[in-house]
Ligand binder design. Sequence first.
Ligand SMILES: Cc1cc2nc3c(=O)[nH]c(=O)nc-3n(C[C@H](O)[C@H](O)[C@H](O)COP(=O)(O)OP(=O)(O)OC[C@H]3O[C@@H](n4cnc5c(N)ncnc54)[C@H](O)[C@@H]3O)c2cc1C
Length: 494
Amino acid sequence: MQNKPIQKIVIVGGGTAGWMAAAMLSAQFDSTQCSIELVESQALGTIGIGESTLPPFVGMLRRLGIDEAEFVRETQATYKLGIKFSHWQQRHTQYFHPFGRLGRPVGSYDFYQCLLRARAAGEPLGLQDFSPCSVMAEQGRFFFPEQARHTPIGGANYALHVDAVRVARYLRRYAEARGVKRTQGLVEQVHRHDSGFISRVQLQSGQSIAGDFFLDCSGFNALIIGKTLGSEFIDWRRYLPCDRAIAVKTAATETIAPYTLAAAEKVGWRWKIPLRDSTGNGLVYASEFSSEREARGQLLKSLASEPVNDFKTIPFVSGHRREMWKHNCLALGLASGFLEPLEATSIHLITRGVELFLRYFPNADCHRALVREYNRKISADYEEVRDFLMLHYCATDRQDTPFWRYCRQLPMPDSLAERLELFRASGNVGQTRDELFRPSSWQSVFEGMGVRPQNHSARVNQLNLQELKQALSLDKHAIRAMVATLPKHEQSLG
Ligand SMILES: Cc1cc2nc3c(=O)[nH]c(=O)nc-3n(C[C@H](O)[C@H](O)[C@H](O)COP(=O)(O)OP(=O)(O)OC[C@H]3O[C@@H](n4cnc5c(N)ncnc54)[C@H](O)[C@@H]3O)c2cc1C
């Protein structure tokens, strides 16, 4: 097996993970060198949820050469500038977590440190006034940042709200046009070589599909990575206590907000995701603190219009497989793990998984050094997302329900405790190169949750205060003035 190139990749599962992987791999490999076959069970279906994405999703579409306007039309997509959080720090408080730039450095000085210095001198400056995306979202406006690079809104970024079922359909068409073979059927058995490597999967029909490498995209079923290879599931419920979601779609409202709404509720939080012809709604809650009936009642009460489909309850556990790549099987999507959807990170982790797989693409022997490095990197991503999500809960000041009182005393992993301490002490967030969330994301959520640094860096004391105030004021007013001239979000949708 040594040094033999991979000639056949088998993907088990045709949800967002399976078809994203098929599309991304088919764009890389000539099917005569390395063929790809995807097997999916129509009877089992897909989870059909996952409507909110992050900016790297748009980057992935571009790298695949997909026409963005066509994709937006066909997946009923709308534009997303970030997430609006309501009632998280306390009831009736709100904040925005924007994409893209947040402030500009003043000379060689970090923007956030400059802001802290100006505030210490008595300037009542709001962080989000320096984010083009926050200001656009507040005014319900949208413009393509790449067409406004050298303007006051330069550095803004965006993602999409999409219909998950239509995304899988679109990517399937893309992948099939590049030679991916689709087989319909239920995988009943997974066969292994003596080495433990997977040799083939067997369908209910009796058909066998052999391969050199297997991508487990079988959703919560985790058919290969979990059931066959027994990769342990690391359970993070002690950090992220929510373990149920109820989802329902309603008819579209007249105004289509260019952001996701995440509103904290008594026993969890509620999402509202605007699509073109409908709105995705859901309540994420902790079953220890609420019955399904009570949760459904809360969600129903919040709906702006009539449901257009049935309520769907989805139990889940936040966490991931210890080895997301084992032998010749790599798990993607829900088969590899799931972190509750508060920051819409799952689809991003699929893209990241495929990109890392391509970076460490093995021969058929799957050298253990490659496997180790992949697992290390993707586990670090999961840990970073876990910490970021947990911050939204553990920094709350809410004490009005048993759920929120419980969140206030959640035991923090050291990585988050240290980050919090660093931010409180100095306004730094301790970023490393590979991390998904930039300092601006951490700053937005820290501040939104009422966490403030005690000091700024002594370095910025060297700046002339009047000049500093003037630079900040110019940026803030230029953003607001330009945003006021931009089209409303609905107009940008065409
Ligand atoms: C409540 C909730 C909200 C979410 N919101 C977001 C969000 O806003 N943003 C985001 O990025 N992500 C979100 N996610 C995550 C997102 O839904 C998933 O990451 C994404 O849909 C990928 O799913 P999947 O393809 O791994 O699984 P699935 O969609 O479940 O697909 C699994 C596939 O495997 C097939 N399969 C399973 N077993 C077999 C078998 N034995 N034989 C043959 N085929 C089989 C199924 O038929 C199906 O085709 C959310 C998840 C939940 C639970």
